[in-house]
Design a protein around this ligand. Sequence first.
Ligand code: SF4
Length: 460
Amino acid sequence: MTASATAPDPLAAGRPTRVALVSLGCARTLVDSEVALGSLKGHGYQIVRDVKDADVAIVNTCGFIEEAKVESVETILTLCERKKKGRLGAVVVLGCLAQRYGGELREELAEVDGIVGTDSFGALAEVLEPLRAKHARVYDVRPRPTYLLDEKTPRVALTPPHYAYVKISEGCINACSYCVIPKMKGAHRSRTVESVVSEIEGLCAERSLSEVLLIGQDTAAFGYDRSRRFELPELLRAVDRSGRVPWVRLLYAHPGHINDEMIAALAEGRSLCKYVDFPIEHSHDAMLRRMNRGVDRRTMMDNILKLRRAMPELTLRTTVIVGFPGETEEEFEDLLQCMKEVRFEKLGAFIYSPEEGARSVSLPDPIDPALKRERYEAVMELQFSISAEINAAKIGRKMRVLIDTKDKRSGRYLGRTEGDAPEVDGQVKVTSKKELRPGEFVDVTITGADEHDLRAETLS
Ligand code: SF4
């Protein structure tokens, strides 16, 4: 790679190399980005927020589904254009897309200076040293990633100061037939309870945290790789006992790994949000088998019943896939029926797309794209009506809201109830005479609602 006369020089003789990172994809990737920046900062790089101010631009990519891959490639090409115009010294592609298509990216994108998979987030500075030291092109994609951060791993926060994602495990033990994540992130590996609690205490020492979100590919399988037991109940109790954070939220819990102990721990925990992200993906047994979800309808519905009985105020979030190969009208009707029975407070839907390398690609009877779209719209229409009814029933209620920010245009504050995760769920638009600050909890009266958001006024 040769640095052009005008381009910012990644060597940046006599000053720290300025690096900007664009983080795409999910909350798990965001933590990887924080770790990557922690490594660079620890080796003398200057972290800049805007690519315009950078010598080196890194894209931490997503490679999960078609849409996400397209977004990643478009972002890479945009940065390569900047480099061609001499406005950037180097471009590095990091993460899931690099892990999945490293070889192709290396062949096809000569402008890219570094391709680094999912096993080197914590050692990114070392991996990129040949690029910084002598402009050498870097390629570091390892077949079976085993990297797992711990409580000592330096991170540069990319979330607002008042909330943080804490990754409790990496990789996945499941083998859903449509999913390539295990190929990108490797086998399931859990941290220890002590490591997670110590990380949260470390974060609290650095910043005033109002909320911690526990994440992984399948948080409910926490500890299974170590002890063949689901240790999530112990972790939830330990985090709750530490009492350092008012809100602790659990995301990505596989419905087949929820057990009575976990439900009890969640119900009794004072700081544990009565909120569970419980991705069912579908409801019909034949479909669940074809998806290799490792759980059947009866077990999921039993777990939902137990969750609702233990926590009547619970918010249940889920995701579903429509248009999976062979999806019959009867199977699709069963999904709609399940939605009507359970009345999930939050639901996201995906249209099935065949992913190269996933076993489902070879399944027969692909569904016509128009029918896929039709089913997607039917699911979203039903969920809109369910969410609108659930939200409307909150009008007049007193609720506790965590303030995230202020909407400069409307002058209202934007916050969330215990039933709203950041970035994926609805918001509460709060009118307050008193100045409110991000991270503050306020008691409000709900004054209005739509299928997604609530409106509220602070209690005088
Ligand atoms: S639980 Fe299934 S869908 Fe989720 S990451 Fe694991 S294999 Fe993929």
